[in-house]
Design a protein around this ligand. Structure first.
Ligand code: GLU
Length: 470
């Protein structure tokens, strides 16, 4: 287990990186601190008539940019320390990927599996009205999103509650992201975190000096991958790795883990789980004795995509992966981090690797503020121009191309094309920026520290530019 609380772990990583920056000590203290903490309790009447008192939080870590941004999780593990840590990670995450938001996070201490949909709706709506009353939500104030245990359904309850309490607010749809497309969401948000994890790791795996150090070949194709978690992030990470040639040798969930040397198809496993209630006994796969055994399997890339602190001082020495891709927030304790640095394992850190979600949330928020779907103005125009170019080339060469080639060349970008390409660009840029910082100073021990240096520099620069420290 870790000797630190989750928030202390984040502080520890921050302090480790701060020594590689030149900022004033007081400014660093300000960056680290959580600015506003709203801890609340409210009653909700359950289906059987009982009244239950619900414990919930929203933490705004930083307002150096507005609005603040970060998901809301439903989990029994929620407490103030956890929400503070997650809110801090959001600040650093947004800074690294150049998304102009401060960091925030929310949490409701419930096990969503134990409540009916109607009860969950009442809890979510009441939580939203508490946030609205205290000015802790709004398109220019603080914009929640999905996180562990929440998804599109909860986000549509939030936008509906907020909008009804703020009649006439024209930008109300921008009060939350991760909404269904029919409620102002953007195409591509659902798979965004998983796709971002894939883009980030693909970029790392294209860097020859890093791969040489790990004794790995370039590229994703053929790499053995273990994924912990088959939720939205784990499922989509698994999907993009498999579709691009990786072999998913093991997938773990809380009920257990399975192993299949020639690769698991995550969609078939998802359907199997839906039908049987468990990932275990998947045709052609072996059940592992414990879910956590998956973390210690022989593989090239381990993707923890569930919760924090799953790899700690106890199990880190047994981990055999060469790359750990932190799709979850905070899956490694500081003790595990030290062990991996010593062992020469490459840890691709959470606060940039899983930034795909918030990056596409940013695109969704921009869509809401602009009140127009991406591609609406230019799609047809582009297609017409491209079609004319193809026709001209056919006339000039006397040759014709197939209808499918014509369509793929002429295709004007849909919303999802633009969102995916914006995300790809963001993740490639961030990876290169972090690796450049890492390369520039041999004393920086690992990629996480380099990522923190990048984040600290960006946040500190904003504070300085704001001129609030005359
Ligand atoms: N909950 C996600 C995260 O931890 C997404 C946050 C957002 O889109 O605001 O990054």
């Amino acid at each position: 287990m870790s000797n630190y609380s989750f928030f202390e772990s984040v502080e520890k990583s921050f302090n480790k990186a701060a020594q590689f920056t030149k900022w004033d000590k007081g400014l660093l203290e300000q960056i680290k601190a959580c600015n506003s903490i709203y801890s609340m309790k409210f009653p909700v009447r359950m289906d059987d008539g009982r009244i239950e008192v619900i414990e919930a939080y929203r933490v705004q870590h930083s307002q150096h940019k507005s609005p603040c941004k970060g998901g809301i999780r439903f989990s029994m593990g929620v407490n103030q320390d956890e929400v503070m840590a997650l809110a801090s990670l959001m600040t650093y995450k947004c800074a690294i990927v150049n998304v102009p938001f401060g960091g925030a996070k929310g949490g409701i201490k419930i096990d969503p599996k134990k409540y009916s949909a109607y009860e969950l709706e009442k809890i979510t709506r009441r939580y939203t009205s508490e946030l609205t009353k205290k000015n802790f939500i709004g398109p220019g104030i603080d914009v929640p999103a999905p996180d562990y245990g929440t998804g599109e359904r909860e986000m549509s309850w939030i936008v509906d509650t907020y909008s009804s309490l703020r009649p006439g607010e024209i930008d109300a749809a921008g009060c939350v992201t991760g909404k269904p497309v029919s409620q102002g969401g953007v195409h591509g948000r659902k798979e965004a975190t998983g796709l971002g994890v894939y883009f980030g790791v693909r970029e790392v795996c294209s860097m020859k000096n890093l791969m040489d150090k790990l004794g790995l070949s370039l590229g994703i194709s053929g790499k053995k991958v273990v994924v912990q978690g088959l939720g939205n992030v784990g499922y989509h990470s698994a999907k993009f790795f498999r579709e691009n040639g990786a072999i998913l040798v093991s997938i773990a969930e809380y009920e257990g883990a399975i192993y299949k040397a020639d690769g698991i198809n995550e969609e078939e496993l998802f359907q199997h789980r839906k039908a049987t209630g468990s990932i275990l006994n998947f045709p052609g796969a072996t059940n592992l004795a414990k879910s956590s055994d998956a973390l210690e399997l022989e593989c090239d890339i381990l993707i923890p995509a569930a919760l924090e602190n799953v790899i700690n001082g106890d199990n880190a020495p047994n981990v055999k992966a060469k790359i750990i891709a932190e799709a979850a927030n905070g899956p490694l304790t500081p003790e595990a981090d030290e062990i991996f640095t010593k062992k020469g394992v490459l840890v691709v850190p959470d606060m940039y690797l899983n930034a795909g979600g918030v990056t596409v949330s940013y695109f969704e928020w921009l869509k809401n503020l602009s009140h127009v779907r991406y591609g609406r103005m230019e799609k047809r125009f582009t297609e017409n121009v491209h079609s004319k170019i193809v026709s001209q080339m056919e006339t000039l060469t006397g040759k014709t191309i197939s209808e499918s080639d014509r369509q793929s060349i002429a295709h004007g970008a849909d919303e999802v094309d633009l969102v995916h390409s914006g995300l790809e660009e963001t993740m490639i840029d961030a990876t290169r920026e972090i690796v450049e910082i890492w390369d520039s100073n041999p004393a920086i021990p690992d990629m996480r520290t380099a990522a923190y240096v990048s984040a600290i520099n960006k946040v500190a620069r904003t504070y300085n530019e704001l001129g609030i420290f005359p």
